[in-house]
Each structure stands twice: as C-alpha cells, then as structure tokens.
Design a protein around this ligand. Sequence first.
Ligand SMILES: [Zn+2]
Length: 358
Amino acid sequence: MLMAACECYHAGMRRLPLPLLVLIILIAFPVAIPIGIASWIWDRRRMRAAAERTHCERCGATLGVASLRRADTEWAKRVAALLDARPTMRFRMVRSLWAICEACGAEYDYDFRSRIFRRGAGSDGPGDPDKASASSTIPNLDDRVWLPAARPIEDFVCDVSFRVDGKLTTLRDADASGRRGSVVLAEIVPPELPRRAPGGIITADIVGHTEALVAYYRRLIAAAEEAGLTDQLQRPFPHFAVKPVIMADTELTEFAWYDTVSEAGAVLRAIITCPLDASEPQEILDDLEQGWRGRMTVWRGRIGLVEWNWEQTALPPTSGYSFDAAKLASQANPALQRLEAIHRELVQALGRDYWNYR
Ligand SMILES: [Zn+2]
C-alpha cells in the first residue's frame, strides 16, 4: 500500500486493515477533515518557521521555504520513479525527505514532534547537485554479474525465528531534545529453548516444545495487562514478531520490517516454488520499506540475496550472499511446515492471532 504522502507517526498505523480504516474515516468524517486540514496547515507553518531559522549543516546557508519546495518536488519524483519501475513491488514507505538545501543539495528529514531538521542519509556527497537525483534511480542489477559476485555460503540454516526479548518495553514520550527511548516495564522469563538466532528462537528448536513458547507469551500478555498496556496488545509487534532467517556462523539476513507469520511464509514460499535451475536469472523477491531493500534472485542452481539501505546508495554496497538453491529450498520447505504447525498451536492456545496483522 502506498503511504508516501502521509506522515505516520505511529508504526502501528502503517497497516490498519482497509475496512477498519474506512469505518474510522466515516465515523470521524465531520470532525476529522477540518481538524486534519487545520493541523496540517499548522504543522506546515511550523516547518516553514523551523526552515527559516535552520542553517545547512554542510554549507551554512539558511534552508528557508525554497528548500521545502525543492524537497516536495524531489520526493514526488522519487515515489513516481519507484512506482513506475516496479509497479508490483510491495511498497510501503514513510516520507523521509523534507528539505533540500538550495545552495548545496544536502537533504534533511524533519521531526514533527521536536520541529528539528535532521541531515538525511544519501546526502553526503561533496556538494554534487546531481547527487540527490542519483539516489532516485532504480538499481538495475545485472544478475549475471551480481550473482557470481555474491559470497557463496556452503553451510547454513534457513528457518523462521520467533522473537524473544525476555522483557516488556514501551516507547517513552519524546524528551526535551525530541528523542524517544524505550523503557523496560518488566522482565519476562524466556522459554528454556536454545536461542540460535540473535534475539529469537527458530522453529527447529520449538517444534515439540510449543508449550514453552505458549507459556512465554502468556507471561508477556499478563505483564502487559498488569502494566495497563492492554491496548498495546491490539498492536502486538514488535514483541510477537516473526521473521525469516538464514544463518551461518552469524545471522546473514536482516529482513527489516518483517514481523508476521504471513510475511515470513511468503519468503519461504518464494524459495520453495522458484525454478531452482532457471536458465535466465529470475527475481523471486524485491521488497522495500523505509531504509531497507531486499532482493532475491535464482539462476542456474544458485539463489542470491542482497539487503541494503536504498536511501543511502541506489546500488547495494556489497554483492550479498549466494546459496545452493536446492539446499536452501530443502530447508525452507520443512521450516514452512513447522512454522504453520507452531502458529496453529499458538493461536489455539492463546485464542487470538498475535502473529499477523488484522
Ligand atoms: Zn547547504
């Protein structure tokens, strides 16, 4: 879903189901529209005032209203270019470009709470005026070059991990400097299962011991209720996050923003169902969210994976990893079956699906 034009301050708002959103809009319509317009005008006015008194970190020029206009145009161009190039790509992003220095092209994000412009990634070039538009170009990775250059990983584990923090945290309101930190509300005894993935337990270690995970989630829910955070359980992430992992000695994958069973399942299915010996490079995943982009391609028995911060560099700074496609699929398949079985047991035991967006 394209959300580029709206500033979502709360991560949970990102994925409100559409019918619910429509209902909220209908109920709130007579009040919300005028308030929304007024608060947008107000925010915009404050942003202009902030731009007038902010000096560019790189060249010292005042940012001013012109820098906001330039950012509006550039942002619209980037979103259009992305949509144009990859109309089928899963595409959710929060706007991160609010001002571009007229004098030197340095880019700035804006914090609506603290009303501070922050120098953004991707603007570290030596004053090159084309730099800003350079990062809007779409990577056209030549898989024939990319995949052979990727680092081959012989021994690996492909699975899905259930996040276990061992504590309940909540976001504190912004302090005077506009920073928001997380506060630990309670320690939650983790399940006595091996934690092979950093911060999580993989399905291979859960299967047959789902009751230990159920007990952990029960403790987590009880602690949230005790802390008066029942409403947070309506938005159960990140505590209930689930994500695909490929590990060797260390975790090789990040899959930023992957939270749900259905998202993890989609990655595994892409691996399982792809033509393992494709004679032409075939893309099986291209996903982008905020500062993260991930691509997977299969070609001649190898699957390549590269993840990088697309806001910093249009092309990935490394070639990523490559895996034997058949071996990867032979692990992804049972991992998916374990994931589905464990998920069913969890939902049944706790009476609700905390592991997917509703
Ligand atoms: Zn400047």
